[in-house]
Design a protein around this ligand. Structure first.
Ligand SMILES: [Fe+2]
Length: 384
């Protein structure tokens, strides 16, 4: 099994987990902290933002709330947030919600300390100044943004999503409180959970995986297989939700080191060009890309099948590997996720542009199977 003969493994985030752990928010910020709390309007309405700001109030900390965050965040969300940060005389950040508010909090931090516009920081290694203290609180069990050095910005001009990549934007603290995500609607829980599964599978099988990341990613796959359906089944499955939050964080730790693969290369333009939710796009694409990659990592896909509860004893490695794809298809089906992009609003006429944009992603280079533009077009056609 190939693995990186040299690698770095970096995990600077202090991870705090437990039911009710949001009550530690003030304590985990420095004395005299004046945070900008970045969330979205849905979280305010659901009373989740108040759970966090009540803690800040009780500790006597002043805070400013910023909720101008959309599903696929754009540069103006970041510049508006940086203005709110300055106006509120803030000196810290709290990113509360799914991937979008957490990523926007990271990018506000970049502009607040480094100045200029967020577009200047797209790509790797462009952030040269440390961020203000940043605490991230995921309220879905999918993105892993609470532990990653990535923040994704949608660019309407290029119709793609471009990442800011820097270890300086990895949050200092992540609070995993299952109480905040226990009643996620299935449409959100199912798709964000499948995003986490995609992170784990892409990290486990890609060219940059290492023994350290493989162990974490494979455990995350098993936990997601055991818990995602239960967490989505009703509004009070606290234990399954807890397992999902931890698994999503573990998948984040793994792909923070390795990056991802073709699923994410493809889902970013799908999100940018057709407005499809990130988790939904990944969930639909995942079995198709697994099928494409299967032949390059039979042993690993057989392990994935087994981690997802498939009976692989007595099967050939190839047959066992195929069961991994079937298991993921079945999970999608159980969660009400369609098996093709057409059902999410993607038009076949957009395939050439989608494929061209996907090929620009750094995730293609680390995908376990070499992918040309023609391969990418074929992948999109199959996934329709
Ligand atoms: Fe993702």
């Amino acid at each position: 099994m190939p693995f990186q003969s040299t690698f770095d493994f970096r995990m600077p985030t202090h991870i705090v987990h437990g039911v009710g752990s949001i009550t530690r928010l003030a304590q985990l910020l420095a004395d005299g902290a004046r945070p900008l709390v970045v969330a979205d309007p849905g979280l305010v309405e659901a009373g989740i933002v108040a759970r966090a700001t009540d803690v800040l109030d009780n500790a006597g900390l002043k805070w400013t709330l910023f909720t101008d965050v959309v599903g696929n965040p754009v540069a103006k969300n970041v510049s508006a947030g940086a203005r709110a940060y300055a106006k509120g005389k803030c000196n810290a950040l709290v990113g509360l919600g799914g991937g979008s508010p957490m990523d926007v909090a990271k990018m506000i931090g970049v502009v607040a300390t480094g100045g200029g516009r967020i577009e200047q920081y797209l790509g790797a290694g462009k952030v040269t100044v440390d961020l203000p203290p940043l605490v991230c609180v995921p309220t879905t069990y999918g993105t892993g943004s609470e532990v990653t050095p990535f923040a994704v910005l949608t660019n309407p001009k290029t119709q793609n999503k471009d990442p800011v990549i820097s270890h300086r934007i990895t949050p200092g603290v992540a609070i995993l409180d299952p109480d905040l995500s226990v009643a996620l609607p299935i449409a959100l829980g199912g798709t964000t959970g499948m995003d986490a599964l995609t992170h784990a599978i892409e990290s486990y099988t890609n060219l940059l995986s290492t023994p350290l990341t493989e162990g974490i990613a494979l455990s995350a796959i098993e936990m997601i297989g055991d818990n995602l359906r239960i967490a989505c089944a009703n509004d009070h499955e606290i234990e399954a939700t807890q397992q999902m939050l931890i698994a999503s964080c573990m998948a984040g730790v793994a792909f923070a080191q390795t990056r991802l693969g073709n699923v994410h290369a493809m889902s970013h333009p799908v999100g940018a060009q057709f407005g499809v939710h990130h988790g939904l796009a990944n969930a639909v694409l995942l079995p198709h890309v697994m099928d494409y990659n299967l032949q390059t990592r039979l042993g690993k896909f057989a392990q994935i099948a087994s981690a997802l509860g498939e009976e692989t004893e007595g099967l050939s490695e190839y047959d066992a590997a195929c069961l991994a794809v079937e298991a993921v298809r079945q999970m999608n089906d159980d969660l009400g996720i369609p098996d093709g992009l057409k059902a999410t609003g993607v038009k076949a006429s957009g395939i050439n542009q989608l494929a061209k944009t996907a090929m620009q992603s750094g995730n293609v280079a680390v995908n376990p199977r070499k992918t040309t533009l023609a391969d990418m077009q074929a992948l999109f056609r199959t996934a329709m």
